[in-house]
Design a protein around this ligand. Structure first.
Ligand SMILES: [Zn+2]
Ligand SMILES: [Zn+2]
Length: 337
C-alpha cells in the first residue's frame, strides 16, 4: 500500500477531563527537517494522565497524547536523508529545542525555554502516524520487539537521568513502583546498587513485583526501610511523598523528584532537610540521555513487563494505569486486532 493510500487514525483529546475519541485524520505531512513515522507501538506514561487532566501548563487542544513511540520512517520532509525510509525509529518526550540558547549550547537542551514536547505541544503516538523532527528520532535495534522497546523511551530514558542524578548512591529508594521504577531497578542492580521499593500502602502486588525484580526490600511509602538510604527517587506525582522520602535518607543523602507534576507538598520541618540532605528535580531529557540509555538497556538486558492494548482502547489503558491495575508498563499496539 502506498503512502497516499494511507489514512491516519488517532485517539484525540479534545478537552481536558474528557475521554479520548477515535478520529480519522488526513495523513500528516512532514515539513522541512521532519519525518513521517508509521507508528507500531506507543507506551503509556503517567504524564499522559496529566495531559488528560489538563494539569500541564500551555496545553492546546485537540492534541494526540503519547511520547514513547516506536515505528518506521514512511516519508522524509525537505532536507532530510536520515534516518532512512523504512528504518525503525523511536520518538521520545523531547520533540525539539532551539539549539542556540545558553542551555542548548551547554548540553542542557532539556531546560531550553523553547523546547517542545511530544504529546503535549506536538501530536504524539496514540495514532497510526506521527510527525517528528528527524534530529529528534532515534534508530532502534531490529532484534528487540516494538512492544518491548516502547517503555524504554520515557520511563527508561528519564528514569535513567534520575538515576544518574543519584551519583554513587548504593542504597537507593524508589517511590512509586510503576513503569520507570521497574526498568530502573534492573539498571540499578546491574550497577551493584541495592533497591528499596516504596508503593502505595496496601499494594501487595506492587511490592511482590519489586521483590521479584530483585529489590532488597519493598514496603509502603509510610514505612521506614531497615537502613537509611543514600538516595531516593520519587516517580509518583503525590507531593506527600516528598517529606516521606526525606525521612528515609541518611545525612548527606539526595532526593530526586522525577515526576513532571506533583500535588501540593505538605509542610515539613527543616530538621528533615538538615544534615546536608538535598532535593533535586529532573526536568525532561536530552538526546544524549536517550542515546546513552538505549545503548545500555539491551546490554543489561532490561526486560520490561508490559500489558498490551489495541490503541483504540487507550482510554482503558489510562484508566487501568490510574487505578494501578497492572504491573510494569501499558503499551498501545497499532497492529490490527
Ligand atoms: Zn535552547
Ligand atoms: Zn513520559
Amino acid at each position: 500500500m502506498g503512502e497516499h493510500d494511507e489514512r491516519c487514525e488517532a485517539m484525540v483529546l479534545e478537552a481536558p477531563g474528557t475521554a479520548l475519541r477515535l478520529r480519522h485524520l488526513p495523513l500528516p505531512v512532514a515539513g522541512p527537517g521532519e519525518i513521517l513515522v508509521r507508528v507500531n507501538a506507543c507506551a503509556v506514561c503517567r504524564t499522559d494522565l496529566h495531559v488528560l487532566d489538563g494539569e500541564l501548563p500551555g496545553l492546546r487542544y485537540p492534541i494526540v497524547p503519547g511520547h514513547q513511540i516506536v515505528g518506521r520512517v514512511l516519508a522524509h520532509g525537505a532536507g532530510v536523508t536520515r534516518p532512512a525510509i523504512g528504518s525503525k525509529v523511536g520518538v521520545c518526550w523531547l520533540a525539539g529545542s532551539c539549539g542556540h540558547c545558553e542551555y542548548c549550547r551547554h548540553g542542557e537542551e532539556n531546560l531550553c525555554d523553547d523546547a517542545r514536547f511530544t504529546g503535549w505541544q506536538r501530536d504524539g503516538g496514540y495514532a497510526t502516524h506521527c510527525i517528528t523532527r528527524a534530529e529528534f528520532a532515534y534508530t532502534l535495534p531490529e532484534d528487540v520487539g516494538d512492544i518491548e522497546l516502547a517503555p524504554l523511551l520515557c520511563g527508561g530514558v528519564i528514569g535513567y537521568r534520575a538515576l544518574r542524578a543519584c551519583g554513587a548512591a548504593r542504597r537507593l529508594g524508589l517511590f512509586g513502583f510503576g513503569s520507570a521504577a521497574h526498568i530502573i531497578t534492573q539498571v540499578a542492580l546491574h550497577q551493584q546498587r541495592e533497591v528499596y521499593a516504596f508503593t502505595r500502602p496496601g499494594d501487595a502486588a506492587a511490592q511482590a513485583f519489586a521483590r521479584r525484580l530483585g529489590a532488597a526490600w519493598a514496603g509502603a511509602s509510610d514505612q521506614l526501610p531497615p537502613q537509611a538510604l543514600d538516595a531516593a527517587i520519587i516517580f509518583a506525582s503525590d507531593g506527600a511523598l516528598l517529606p516521606a522520602a526525606l525521612r528515609t535518607l541518611r545525612k548527606g543523602g539526595r532526593l530526586v523528584c522525577a515526576a513532571i507534576h506533583m500535588s501540593e507538598i505538605p509542610h515539613f520541618d527543616y530538621a528533615r532537610l538538615w544534615g546536608e540532605r538535598s532535593i533535586q528535580s529532573i526536568a525532561n531529557m536530552t538526546r544524549a540521555d536517550a542515546v546513552q540509555f538505549l545503548a545500555l538497556a539491551p546490554r543489561i538486558p532490561v526486560r520490561v513487563q508490559t500489558r498490551v492494548y489495541p490503541f483504540t482502547a487507550a482510554n482503558q489503558a489510562l484508566d487501568d494505569l490510574r487505578a494501578g491495575r497492572f504491573s510494569g508498563t501499558a503499551v498501545l499496539s497499532m497492529a490490527p486486532a
